[in-house]
Design a protein around this ligand. Structure first.
Ligand code: ADP
Ligand code: ZN
Ligand code: ZN
Length: 747
């Protein structure tokens, strides 16, 4: 039973969220109204009837009861906005955020950008008239280009002016005569901006599936037919044909007049994926990503809502595509950390997908070669359905993976970043004219500068992080605030001149490789070389076209690219992510090594991967070498169970920040004291307060308190309590309070 009154907004826009009105719920509607219902309400002094959306219910009023107006009508039909409002309410509860922050990411702000206008030419003659006209003019030199235009128009009656002129190799002057003689007319059309060029795509058809793919597809199709929101874990190595399964399942979705969402970790990294979808499905494919302009983004949203688009591809925000009827939601590379938002609301795209799957009664596919331990656990428990694609879809050569113990290299007197084994392999691969990817576990991060005499590390004065040394410009750069200074000659602490950069960054590797393999062409792919809208693509294309023999990169090179000619992958420092302060460290290491070694040997030639490590006996490295996901899973789940980490408990992080350090310290202790009652009562354990891993960013101090509990709901109750306490606090000095439930990163 809902409350006596309903809060209603008249229009969904972020601006309007402040204006929530309370209306009485007539008895006749008490069983049918829900959050998100579309209603008609008498509005303003004249009681004009307008549409509104129900946001929630209450039994109390903050104004005189006699002034209450009643909801006039409940529309049976809901629209996309209704669903999104329901979703926002759910997010508010699940992620302890405000309704405003939730709705803000659900609904793009409308922007008044002029739509790009394209001019189109329409031919007014029928083909017979056209051909007789061509006959008359043909052979006369001065009509040559006019004939070419008419010939193009024979094939295409309606064509963009630009492409007509291009195809006919004609100038605008030619069109003028034709316009005057009423052979053609000119029309302008509002074109919705598609963030890709559709014209030069070839159409592809569905391949005939292998047995495993077919089994997977059949299972998914049964859920579709039965309207069940089953969650499928599609577990298969890269190249096992997962994408082909997604596409064939989507074919069925489109046949039924429904839409599909396909999430990928980061769009800039996987342009090939978008291309494959466009080649299969044409211009019903929409793309959403952070590098789109506001106008482009708004267009995509609008086109999805109006049904012009049927498939939305994009990173986690694609989860909110405003389709009115969804038939399938796919999350590719579901283990990726980018599916969790790092900004409030700190939602996880998988959870949103499952919410929408329930609403639309459609299945969800989570695809990965290395599913998240939490996901795989649910599959083992029978909550999700496991589908395996054990083989590569195309016959492929086996990948040979080996590890090199870097400690032994050191004892043998090799202090360079390359082991003898990897050095040899690079040499050999270059000789064969094949390509190489060298993977470094993390951008710049390791290339800090310190004093060999006193140990002083050069840090950004505004952030508690070490400066990165950039050899190219001989500068020290902070990756958090962008602060940079010229490289120093003497230690600011003791004055010694033994100041050195340590560890390896991509630039350092690049310099070393260029020096060692003088004839090889080398390119680097990291955040510094790939800025701009088409940044990634340029580097990838160059490598694909064999403009370079060796590509050096960070995380970015590990993802989804397909290079036929790469037969060697070298992992330079596999352990670098192993000992960071994060319970997911082993998992991340395993995922990364598996992904990056999988880049090797994707074409017709056999692939090889060499992992350099200081801990060859660690289970992440052992399992990655053996390409054994289940082996890894078994060790990892035992570790999680023992230490009560996800999926065996829920964690909540409260991050507090302020520019006044003393203030934020005192506040964090006060909050902890007030919340500590949950400790005993509800089986919540509290850790902290303590400085965040990065304890200062841009002169703002950061502290964290951790809560751990088996019960998710208890954590959201604590969060609610926290907000109540904060109302009594003097909050003028607070920079931010951020709540992250089941965080994917460490604070
Ligand atoms: P994944 O998404 O698991 O990496 P893909 O779907 O991209 O795998 O498939 C890898 C390659 O194998 C692609 O080139 C794809 O066209 C091809 N492929 C997929 N399924 C089949 C099939 N049933 N028959 C032949 N080739 C296939
Ligand atoms: Zn010093
Ligand atoms: Zn800084």
């Amino acid at each position: 039973m809902i409350g006596k009154y309903a809060s209603v907004i008249t229009q969904i826009s972020v601006k309007n969220l402040e204006k929530v009105f309370t209306y009485g719920v007539p008895d006749t509607m008490r069983d049918s109204l829900i959050v998100g219902s579309v209603v008609e309400i008498p509005f303003g002094a004249g009681n004009r009837m307008i549409r509104g959306y129900v946001l929630g219910f209450t039994d109390t009023l903050d104004f005189d009861e006699s002034k209450v107006k009643f909801i006039h009508r409940h529309y049976e039909n809901v629209d996309v906005e209704s669903e999104l409002i329901g979703l926002a309410m759910w997010m508010k509860q699940r992620y302890a955020c405000t309704l405003q922050t939730a709705l803000k990411i659900l609904i793009p702000s409308k922007v008044d950008v002029k739509k790009k206008q394209d001019t189109y030419i329409r031919c007014l003659l029928n083909p017979e008239q056209l051909s007789s006209m061509i006959e008359q003019l043909d052979g006369k030199a001065r009509f040559e280009s006019r004939v070419r235009v008419l010939e193009v128009l024979m094939k295409e009656h309606y064509i963009a002016k630009k492409s007509l002129l291009y195809k006919a190799e004609a100038s605008v002057g030619v069109l003028k005569t034709l316009l005057k003689n009423h052979v053609i007319v000119q029309e302008s059309e509002n074109v919705n901006r598609l963030p890709y060029d559709v014209e030069d795509f070839e159409v592809t058809r569905g391949l005939s599936l292998n047995e495993h793919q077919q089994n997977a597809l059949s299972a998914i199709e049964i859920s579709m037919d039965q309207g069940k929101s089953d969650v499928y874990v599609l577990h298969g190595v890269t190249g096992s044909g997962k994408t082909e399964v997604y596409m064939q399942a989507i074919e069925k979705v489109l046949e039924e007049g429904k839409s599909a969402i396909v999430m990928i970790p980061e769009i800039g990294l996987t342009p090939q994926m978008v291309r494959r979808f466009v080649e299969r499905f044409g211009d019903v494919v929409g793309v959403m990503h952070s590098r789109l302009s506001m106008g482009e983004r708004f267009d995509q949203w609008q086109m999805a809502k109006e049904g012009q688009l049927k498939i939305m591809i994009g990173p986690r925000s694609a989860a909110f595509a405003p389709f009115s009827s969804i038939g399938l939601i796919v999350i590719d590379e579901e283990h990726e950390m980018t599916y969790k938002s790092e900004m409030p609301p700190k939602y996880h795209a998988r959870e949103v997908a499952i919410y929408r799957g329930h609403y639309h009664k459609c299945p969800i596919i989570l695809g990965s070669a290395t599913p998240l331990v939490e996901t795989y656990y649910k599959a083992m428990e029978g909550k999700y359905h496991l589908l395996q694609l054990p083989d590569k879809a195309k016959a492929a050569n086996d990948l040979l993976v080996e590890t090199v113990d870097m400690r032994e290299e050191l004892t043998d007197g090799n202090k360079s970043i390359l082991s003898h084994r990897l050095h040899q392999a690079i040499h050999y691969t270059l000789e064969k004219k094949e390509q190489i990817i060298l993977f470094l576990n993390r951008r710049g991060h390791s290339s800090f500068v310190s004093c060999r005499k006193c140990g002083h590390v050069l840090k950004c004065p505004h952030c508690d992080v070490a400066y990165n040394y950039h050899k190219y410009k001989n500068t020290l750069l902070c990756h958090y605030c962008g602060d940079h200074i010229h490289m120093v000659k003497n230690c600011p602490n003791c004055g010694s001149n033994h100041i050195r950069s340590f560890g390896i960054g991509t630039q350092k590797v690049e310099a070393y490789i260029k020096e060692t393999f003088k004839d090889a062409k080398v390119i680097r792919m990291d955040y510094d070389t790939t800025t701009g809208k088409h940044g990634h693509q340029t580097v990838l294309d160059a490598f694909e076209n064999h403009e370079a023999d060796i590509m050096i990169g960070t995380q970015m090179v590990a993802k989804g690219h397909h290079f036929d000619n790469v037969t060697l992958v070298g992992v330079l420092a596999a352990d670098m992510s192993l000992y960071v302060n994060d319970f997911r460290a082993s998992e991340k290491t395993f995922q990364l090594i598996t992904q990056v070694t999988g880049r090797s040997g994707r074409g017709h030639k056999a692939g090889q991967a060499i992992i350099q490590t200081y801990s060859p006996e660690h289970y992440s490295v052992v399992a990655a070498k053996a390409q054994d996901y289940t082996g890894f899973y078994k060790s990892e789940i035992a570790f999680r169970r023992m230490l009560r980490y996800a999926p065996f408990s829920n964690m909540m992080t409260i991050l507090l920040s302020a520019t006044d350090e003393q203030y934020i310290i005192r506040l964090s202790y006060r909050l902890k004291d007030r919340l500590v009652e949950y400790d005993e009562q509800e089986g919540v354990s509290i850790l902290g307060p303590s400085p965040a891993i990065i304890s200062k960013i841009k002169d703002t101090y950061r502290r964290v308190i951790y809560f751990k509990s088996d019960n998710y709901k208890v954590l959201t109750t604590v969060a609610g309590q926290l907000y109540d306490i904060m109302k009594q606090e003097d909050t003028r000095h607070i920079g931010a309070i951020q709540i992250d439930i089941n965080p994917m990163m460490s604070y």
